[in-house]
Design a protein around this ligand. Sequence first.
Ligand code: HEM
Length: 219
Amino acid sequence: MFQKIYNWFDERLGLTTIYNTTLDRKVPKVNWWFTLGSASLFLFLLQGATGILLSIYYVPSPDHAYDSIQYIMTGVSFGWLIRGIHHWGASLMVLVVFLHMLRTFYYGAYKYPREFTWVTGVVLLLCTLGMGFTGYLLPWNQRAYWATTVGTSIAETVPWIGPFINQVLRGGTDLSAVTLARFFSMHIWWFPAILAAVIGIHLYMVIRLGISHVPTAED
Ligand code: HEM
């Protein structure tokens, strides 16, 4: 019965071919450091799932942001757990993505023909950091407010275009409702959309080129 249903879909969607090319690939002898890319992917999906749950109660306005988070922590069933996972998951994702980058660098996996995989990886690292920076403001507490004030002031020190960058980030001269709105938008739409698209390209190249092997003395 199940086999029949599977065959029906397989004939039309090519499920076996998709499975064979994505999950049943031949890999060289690797070690645990090669799991960090998949761990990054898992954390991205975890952050997405917990973030979607948080957005049910979070209100991105200066009047309600702080209180909505207090409510998530104390009034919503398991709200503290979802927020805790999202909070710690963010730091863990930055760490894991960074370690994944160090692994590919140390093993020379960025060399021909994987240069473009590395370039897309750099975009992924920058977007991951962007997610952390924009998410930090959302609780709208003292720490968030002043950390973002400092962060955007650092951007202002860039020669020539610094004040412009600061203005764009804050949406004015000071932090305001406009800053919170644009950080929220970047955090839940722009960066996740770019991350999802670039992860797709990154994984396509990993599948197309195959995983590199641990370099030997001859390499
Ligand atoms: C959200 C962030 C990222 C995700 C989800 C991700 C995911 C993955 C996965 C699943 C693999 C295959 C398994 C592995 O080698 O671990 C991989 C390979 C690779 N990644 Fe990433 N990655 C991310 C960030 C980065 C960064 C920041 C860089 C470097 C700047 C990078 C460079 C590479 C390279 C060069 C490979 C090929 C490795 C090989 O063939 O041995 N990735 N990535």
